[in-house]
Design a protein around this ligand. Structure first.
Ligand code: FE2
Length: 289
């Protein structure tokens, strides 16, 4: 995630200058691998018909020579031949410039720890299941792979423009919680959704959230919640469209335009929205949100 306040100022002991650490695959316990296998089996069963075709195709890249948590080296070799991406381990969240530098150079930073078996559905910070099962399949898609690298370059440029808040929202509503239209149906592709048993269904099937056509400026003005299901999902027409919009937009004047406008609250519908579902927001209301 691009934005966080609990980031260390320098690489912790044992990390390289670029903040990477060894994955330490040999240190995983049988229980760790079993947790991965449980989560993998559960999500793989749920996702056909819900996840984007690109995501489902990309899942194959995770089927490595050994069961359990993927070995990042083997995973990177396979990913490298497909789209030039690698997966590198980092100790939790890293500073923005480090994050963007890795991404611009097609290195996806991932946590190496896995959640505890009694916390299958509870996640305080992204673990290896979220980062690898959630993100890596989309990195095997050439167009999405280009989008993420372009995002990294955009992040490097945004660092000096006081615009990370806006760019972070783009990441949130695409890479983490994006929906895509495929053959007339909505499909999930955001890592935060595809790696979550409950949100995989909520994002598509629950009447609570708004589902709104993707518009870059609108998305960058929209607040989000990090502690529960989203109240808005944004739907892209295709990955090609997302990539093209990102590459063709001159972000610097757009940031200036957006800075003069108010942020849009999480559940709001605004003029110009292409509303696909006007959500009831019942779920958020029941939770007191
Ligand atoms: Fe993520």
């Amino acid at each position: 995630m691009a934005q966080d306040t609990h980031v260390l100022a320098a690489p912790p002991e044992g990390a390289s200058a670029d903040w990477t650490i060894p994955q330490g695959w040999e240190h995983y316990t049988a229980e760790d691998h079993a947790t991965w296998d449980t989560l993998f089996a559960r999500q793989s069963k749920l996702l056909p018909g819900r996840a984007s075709e690109a995501y489902l195709r990309g899942l194959d890249v995770l089927k490595l020579s050994r069961p359990g948590i993927p070995d990042f080296e083997e995973l990177s070799e396979r990913l490298m031949t497909l789209t030039g991406w690698q997966v590198v381990a980092v100790p939790g969240l890293v500073p923005d410039d480090v994050f963007f530098d890795h991404m611009a150079n097609r290195r996806f930073v991932a946590g190496n720890f896995i959640r505890r078996p009694d916390q299958l559905d509870y996640l305080q910070e992204p673990d290896v299941f979220h980062d690898v099962f959630g993100h890596v399949p989309m990195l095997a898609d050439p167009v999405f792979a280009d989008y993420l690298a372009a995002y990294g370059r955009g992040g490097q440029r945004a660092l000096g423009m006081d615009a990370l808040k806006y760019l972070g929202r783009l990441y949130w509503y695409t890479v983490e919680f994006g929906l895509v239209r495929e053959d007339g149906d909505l499909r999930i592709y955001g890592a935060g959704i595809v790696s979550s048993y409950s949100e995989s269904r909520f994002a598509l099937e629950d009447p609570s959230p708004n589902r709104i056509g993707f518009d870059l400026a609108r998305v960058m003005r929209t607040e989000y919640r990090i502690d529960d299901f989203q109240q808005n999902y944004f739907v892209i027409p295709s990955y090609e469209d997302l990539l093209r919009t990102t590459l063709e937009t001159d972000f610097a004047p757009l940031y200036e335009e957006i800075k003069a406008l108010p942020d849009i609250p999480v559940a709001a519908i605004v003029d110009g929205d292409e509303v696909m579902t006007r959500g009831t927001q019942d779920y958020a209301r029941a939770k007191g949100g």
